[in-house]
Design a protein around this ligand. Sequence first.
Ligand code: MG
Length: 250
Amino acid sequence: MKYVRFERPDGPCWGVIKGEDVLTLSKPPYDGLDYDGGRLPLRQCRLLAPCEPTKIVCVGKNYSEHAREMGSEPPGFPILFLKGINTLNRPDGAVRRPGFVERLDYEGELGVVIRRRAKDVKAESFADYVLGYTCLNDVTARDVQQHDGQWTRGKTMDGFCPIGPWVTDEVEPGALKLVTRLNGKTVQRGDTADFITMVPQLIAFITASMTLEPGDVVATGTPAGVGPMIPGDVVEVEIEGIGILKNQVI
Ligand code: MG
């Protein structure tokens, strides 16, 4: 299944992609599908972020090569930080660079969307708690992150987390190829098989400390090759079997 959220005159609506169309749902798909009989072409839908998180839990430095390019050795356990829900952005929403930000970076990542309240999850049963997988850009004001000495402001500016275009349960998270392109040129190339901590162990690690709620998102870390974007740039995050997340910087 591929799940989408989109704008309808009466408010945000969930749906399931069927061929070129969207079959609409009466409620979020977290605890089962309730079709309401609606059907409309996918191309006519103004897509929204395909989740309604209470928090976005991010993993820093989950690829060894990225840890090294940031000047540190790979960490011995997952480094977690949060992005506020003010960062949520539409799959084709513009990413605005505030005027005081000197270096705005892309970070292409696999996003995991949670379907059931999850606490103290064992790695082997992680899949029971996952709605599916999506593309995510952990946009970062790198100069602010480095200036502040901690990450909240640099990671949590409005619109700094485009997610989408949909959530799919048709892939397994263990070996997915990820590519980030800037203005059509490939700038990051990763494979989730190279994660330092794989998705099942990440879910176990996170839920040992905090409860994940339906719709919460885990951003699993970015591969090497992070770099700057400037207004006018178009950034794409493509993950094998999922799709392409495409955003313009303004
Ligand atoms: Mg990141």
